[in-house]
Design a protein around this ligand. Structure first.
Ligand SMILES: [Zn+2]
Length: 386
């Protein structure tokens, strides 16, 4: 399994200069490739390499090759349709040839225009957590006067628990909704209702401010808006981080969630910012999957259809069973909070899925793993709305 950690480095002049020159070479290579419509990496190399070596003799040759690869990818991606703009300080892609990180002693060794540099960095709990992981690659970036290394680290994925050995009471159904962010099927083990009144109120305020700011549309308003969504993001990020951590560390071994791709807008909320709801649910699931992966636990997705209208005791499904927060079965008379009833249905669906899977072959979570790898290369939180 892979994870990304963010390391802040002191503002080493040689590194900042390396990034600047890297960006200059990047721009040059892309421009040459664009002008000549170079469809071939070898050609691009021939057209640029020696000129670059002559102009920047101190620039590490391994990095020249990296720039060429990155440039070629950029050209291929944009298909020579429009001229590509390269920032003055773009991120440098680093691999074993030009980066070595010692996470036990907090030291990096990195190629630069002043030769190989050894730099000590300040550790903290989010870094020391990964001290027995293996660094495999990274990116170096210079933004707003700060120098950051985003490092990808690897560790062997723990063996997944065998579904045949999972007991029914180790399966937790989780209903994600608007009134209560999460409602779990087992009320004994948890504070069942993580009430999101606070979250909702805060979001309401943001929505209001956003609409005012958007109608203004001035530069300062836009700046304000950016700051706002950052705060909003951090709030959702923290909430999701706490909830997923608590759940993953509980005694439950399998977590069952509704498949978001199949969730209707109604479920995601009408008045509530749908985009934000969707995004925050997805983030929660991603966090839970990350944490479960590290513990060998599992996350299953089930079809969300009728989970809120079906009786979790007798299975009778009827729209009239549910009236807002109250679920009352028309057939057997069973009564419960509707979100909790839904969570129990989700758990039941998970149980039958597990029975099905443990009879057949074990699940190969290839898509899941692929997604994790993909996400681990995206160190920043994806943006909401603006
Ligand atoms: Zn019933």
């Amino acid at each position: 399994m892979l994870r990304t950690i963010r390391i802040r480095l002191s503002r080493e002049k040689a590194l900042i200069e390396t990034i600047r020159i890297y960006s200059e070479i990047y721009k040059y290579t892309v421009d040459v490739g664009f002008k000549n419509k170079t469809f071939n990496k070898v050609d691009l190399h021939k057209q640029t390499y020696y000129k670059i070596r002559n102009k920047y003799p101190n620039f590490p040759s391994a990095l020249v090759q990296t720039v060429r690869d990155v440039s070629f990818e950029t050209l291929k991606r944009t298909k020579f349709k429009k001229k590509i703009k390269i920032k003055q300080y773009t991120s440098i892609r680093l691999d074993k040839r030009n980066l070595d990180v010692n996470l036990k002693d907090n030291i990096i060794s990195i190629s630069s225009i002043s030769g190989r540099l050894k730099i000590q960095f300040k550790g903290h709990s989010q870094i020391s957590k990964y001290k027995d992981w293996k660094p495999i690659a990274g990116t170096l970036s210079y933004k707003c006067g700060n120098l950051f290394l985003n490092l990808i680290v690897e560790k062997e994925t723990p063996k997944k628990i065998d579904l045949k050995e999972v007991k029914e009471d180790e399966i937790l159904g989780i209903d994600r909704g608007i009134n209560n962010i999460l409602v779990c099927s087992n009320n004994k083990s948890f504070n069942m209702f993580f009430n999101s009144k606070h979250l909702k109120r805060i979001k309401g305020q943001y929505q209001y401010l956003k609409s005012i700011l958007q109608s203004k549309g001035t530069r300062s308003a836009k700046r304000h808006l950016k700051k706002l969504s950052g705060r909003e993001q951090r709030f959702v990020f923290d909430t999701n981080h706490c909830l997923s951590k608590m759940l993953a560390n509980s005694d439950f071994k399998v977590f069952v969630l509704e498949d978001l791709k199949r969730m209707t807008n109604k479920k995601l909320g009408k008045r509530f910012n749908r985009k934000l709801g969707n995004w925050s649910f997805r983030q929660f699931e991603m966090f839970l999957r990350y944490k479960c992966e590290a513990l060998g636990k599992r996350v299953l997705n089930v079809n969300p259809k009728h989970t809120s209208q079906t009786c979790s005791v007798c299975g009778h499904q009827e729209k009239a069973n549910r009236n807002g927060n109250i679920f009352k079965c028309k057939k057997c008379g069973f009564e419960l909070h509707s979100d909790l009833n839904a969570a129990r249905n989700i758990a039941n669906l998970g149980k039958s899925e597990i029975r099905r899977l443990s009879v057949n072959q074990p699940i190969v979570a290839s898509d899941e793993t692929k997604k994790l790898v993909k996400d681990s290369y995206k160190p920043t939180i994806s943006m909401v709305g603006n």
